[in-house]
Write a protein that binds this ligand. Sequence first.
Ligand code: AGP
Length: 613
Amino acid sequence: MCGIVGYIGKRHVVNTLIDGLKRLEYRGYDSAGIAVMENNSISVIKAKGKVSELQKKVAEKLPASASSDISSGIAHTRWATHGPPTEINAHPHTDNSGRIAIVHNGIIDNYVELKKHLSAKGHKFVSETDSEVIAHLIAECFEGDIVQAVAAALKKLEGTFGIAVMCADTPDVLVAARRGSPIVIGVGNSETIIASDISAIISYTKRVIFLNDNDIAMVSAEGIDIRSLDNVPVSRETAHIDWDAEAAEKGGYEHFMLKEIFEQPAAISNAIRGRLDETQANGILSGLNLSAREMAMINRIVIASCGTSMHAGMMAEYYFEDLANIPTEVEQAAEFRYRNPIIEPNTLVLAISQSGETADTLAAVREAANKGAIVAGICNVVGSTIARETGQGLYIHAGPEIGVASTKAFTCQVAVLLIMALKFGRGRRLSRHDGMKLVEEIKSIPALVTQVLEKASDIERIAKKYADAEDFFYIGRGYLYPVAMEGALKLKEISYIHAEGYHAAELKHGPIALLERKVPVIALANDIPGKDKMIANMQECRARKSPVIATATIGDEEIKTYSEDIIWIPRSSQLITPIPTVVALQLFSYYVAKERGCSIDQPRNLAKSVTVE
Ligand code: AGP
């Protein structure tokens, strides 16, 4: 996620802004920038890479002597969504006059048409970003009052924003506003700080005001005035935050992993935003440079990935075959790269990778390309190597994932792959009616995940009950089989418990020999096709004295007969239920690991991105 800092007040402005950016570094970013007000003119300095790179440039371009003339400023760390991580694409962005500067968090859905409209009016754009449009739009609306100009511009935006704005014509104020991307304002003594999260503020003041959606604030050193975009005054209470700085980085959560688990409704909303065509009952895959005819010619899909991303690929195999009737296979990327895979001209090779840097997956991409495959990437990190080398694909917009154990990236991967299968399906035999039904189901995913998160304490209770086990089995069928695999991986990697994921039918072909009272089994018994067979598998496990913890669809009371404990999942179809179910298993793993006192965000032996073989 990008980071925003704005400051106006008595302190050294540049130092305060840089300090604020450093407190936001944990969020992950790829470039940074600063704009300062100096004698009624704005100076902008930006750098690719770390804040330390920006600091070097600032030291060169803003001599220490200038600091007393600098009265305010805004700053930004960028997590690229539109346009690769470059100095030009870094924020702040300005209008052509250089008298308006903005920093932005969020995604502007209608930036292409706005950019065309503004270009036709003579505005010259320099970056590939959606955010730059905001600076030009404010300039276009400016008639002397910066707050009114910002409000007028924001009303034309579709999508999400958290912004801070400065204008050389009104050097004594900053403007902040939000819709869907947080903005918090720290109220100090003769100083005011704007930020995208509390961690940049907490060391200066604990008195904060959270803007609501469509609030716009005029910020001066003496205080703030908050209004609606229609210029109606609104009052927002001043909260007192008692977190310390470290707690603030995690948004008040104890671990990044827990924060990222709870971010999933918002992350999944970002992943699907702008990708569902409700008119055509179809998916929108703007990052895929394939015509409808080229997509229709694809007669086989091979998915190359590792770890959690491979489990997302297993989900995609079911989606592509069921919805689009395209033969699909999932390959462990290291296996794919060495086994001389069969690739034909109409084979699509999909590389799924959160980091976009996994060595085996990158090697698989190169092997596929050498064999003439059509290659595409499903990545989270914009501008990552796999994203660049595939040359086409879809970003999952999950935001930076700090916890080594992947959570929100997985659910966003699955959501994007489902939309991809919808697109392929509608280009084949999937009817408009069935397509529309699926569009509505996909839109419901964030709410389903929220329902699971609201039951976190129930899951915590069950997790504590079984935290002493040294072996676990996870079993699933159909669409829940990949979820069993992913659930077992989550438990393994953060609690160090030996956990095996299996297809439920596979147990009796050997693994059942391991079942006994001290070996719990997590059985994914949601109410989807195959549940009756799952119940039989649960009975097999209990006959061997293994306690069974079942996931079950809310209201499906019969499951109580076959299990010791139940994690309830809101009802949804077999296509959708894997996502709320895996969130429940993420929470289960988290609470088990916490009970065992494990290092949850940085588990032993693990790296967030495996960039070596
Ligand atoms: C997932 O929790 C693990 N951290 C690991 O399996 C990861 O999914 C795997 O290394 C692939 O990483 P990637 O998605 O960045 O390619």
